[in-house]
Design a protein around this ligand. Structure first.
Ligand SMILES: *Cc1c(COP(=O)(O)O)cnc(C)c1O
Length: 345
C-alpha cells in the first residue's frame, strides 16, 4: 500500500517547510503583556484584511465563536442560528455553558437561510419570551457541504437585524474558501457583521490558530473573556508567524482545492451506487450518500481505510470528503479508484 490519502478534513495538513521556517524565525514576546510583535502583526493584518478595527488571536475557531457569543449576549438571550451549524452542534454545548444562551435553530437549504426565516424567528416583546439578540451565519457552511452563503442574502439578513436591534456574527472558519469561490473580498463579506471568526488551521494549513475580529470595544470584551477561559498565551508569535505566512501564500491557492473537490465529485457521480450532485460542490467539502450499497458510511469508511483512503462518515449513510494542501490531483484519481472498488464489492 502506498501513502495514506487523508480526505477526512482540511485540518489534517502538516505545516510546509517554508511555514516552519517562518515559525523558526519569528520574533516573539509575552502576548499576555501585549508584547509579542508577531501576534500583534497578525492581528493587525487580519483586522485590515477584514476591514474591522481590531482582531484577537485565539487557539481555535470554537473559541472565536464562543467568545463572540459571550461578548454579544446576556444569559437568557436567544441566538438565531442555522439548525446544522457548527456553533450550536459541534462545540460541546458551550453556548449554554459559557454564555447561558439558548439557540433558536432555523432550517437552512444546505446551510443557507433568508431574511424572512430570521424575521419569523425574532421574538416579540413579551415577558414569556427570551430576548432575540444575535444572528449567526456560517460561511462556508460545513454540514451544508461547503456552501457559500450568498452576499446578497447576508445583506438582507443584516438589514433586518439592524432594524430589529440584533447583532450579527459570522462563523468564518472557512470564509477564505467562500471569498475565493465567489470572488468576493473578505472585507465585503465582513462588513454586514459585528464580529467574524476565521480559522488558519483549516484550508490555510496552519498547525493552530484562529482570530476573531470586530470593533475595538468588541475585541476588548472578547479579550477579557479569552483570559477567563484560559486562552491567554505567551510567546505565541511562533504560531502567529505560521498564520502570516499562510495569509500571504496559501489563500489564492484554495481555488486548486476547489478544483480537486469538483474533480472528485464528478468522478464519484460516475460510480454506480454513489449518490451525489456534483453541481452542489462549491468549495473544498463534499458529501456522498452510500445508502444504495446496503452498508453504512462507517463500514464503507473502514473498507476504504484498508485501501489507504481516509474519509469521514458523518451520518448513517453519509460520507464527507475534504480537499486540502496535502492531497494532489493524482491522489484524487487514486481515491476515486479505491472508492469505485469498494462500491463495486
Ligand atoms: C472547524 C470549524 C469550527 C471550529 O474550529 P476549531 O478550530 O476546530 O475549534 C467552527 N466552525 C466551523 C464551520 C468549522 O468547520
Amino acid at each position: 500500500m502506498g501513502r495514506i490519502i487523508d480526505l477526512r478534513s482540511d485540518t489534517v495538513t502538516k505545516p510546509t517547510q517554508e511555514m516552519r521556517q517562518a515559525m523558526l524565525e519569528a520574533e516573539v514576546g509575552d502576548d499576555v503583556f501585549g508584547e509579542d510583535p508577531t501576534v500583534n502583526a497578525l492581528q493587525e493584518k487580519t483586522a485590515r484584511l477584514l476591514g474591522k478595527q481590531a482582531a484577537l488571536f485565539l487557539v481555535s475557531g470554537t473559541m472565536g465563536n464562543q467568545l463572540a457569543i459571550k461578548a454579544h449576549t446576556q444569559p437568557g438571550d436567544e441566538v438565531i442560528i442555522e439548525a446544522s451549524s457548527h456553533a450550536m452542534n459541534f462545540e460541546g454545548g458551550a453556548g449554554a455553558m459559557i454564555s447561558g444562551v439558548q439557540f433558536f435553530a432555523i432550517p437552512g437549504n444546505r446551510g443557507v437561510f433568508d431574511a424572512a426565516q430570521v424575521e419569523a424567528a425574532i421574538r416579540v416583546e413579551d415577558v414569556h419570551f427570551p430576548v432575540s439578540r444575535l444572528v449567526v451565519i456560517e460561511n462556508t457552511h460545513n454540514r451544508g457541504g461547503g456552501t457559500v452563503f450568498p452576499l446578497t442574502k447576508i445583506r438582507e439578513v443584516a438589514d433586518l437585524a439592524s432594524d430589529k436591534g440584533l447583532r450579527m456574527h459570522m462563523d468564518g472558519a472557512r470564509l477564505w474558501n467562500a471569498c475565493v469561490a465567489s470572488k468576493t473580498s473578505p472585507a465585503e463579506y465582513a462588513t454586514p457583521f459585528d464580529s467574524v471568526s476565521v480559522c488558519l488551521s483549516k484550508g490555510l494549513g496552519c498547525p493552530i490558530g484562529s482570530l476573531v475580529v470586530g470593533s475595538q470595544e468588541f475585541i476588548k470584551r472578547a479579550h477579557r473573556f479569552r483570559k477567563m477561559v484560559g486562552g491567554g498565551t505567551r510567546q505565541a508569535g511562533v504560531l502567529a508567524a505560521a498564520g502570516i505566512y499562510a495569509l500571504d501564500h496559501h489563500l489564492q491557492r484554495l481555488e486548486e482545492d476547489h478544483n480537486k473537490a469538483k474533480q472528485l465529485a464528478q468522478g464519484l457521480s460516475r460510480i454506480p451506487r454513489v449518490i451525489i450532485n456534483p453541481a452542489e460542490v462549491e468549495t473544498n467539502i463534499l458529501y456522498f450518500d452510500v445508502s444504495r450499497t446496503g452498508q453504512t458510511a462507517q463500514e464503507i469508511a473502514a473498507l476504504l481505510r484498508h485501501r489507504g483512503v481516509l474519509v469521514h462518515p458523518t451520518a448513517r449513510s453519509l460520507v464527507r470528503c475534504v480537499t486540502h494542501l496535502d492531497v494532489s490531483f493524482p491522489d484524487i484519481h487514486e481515491a476515486l479508484n479505491a472508492i469505485e472498488a469498494v462500491m463495486a464489492a
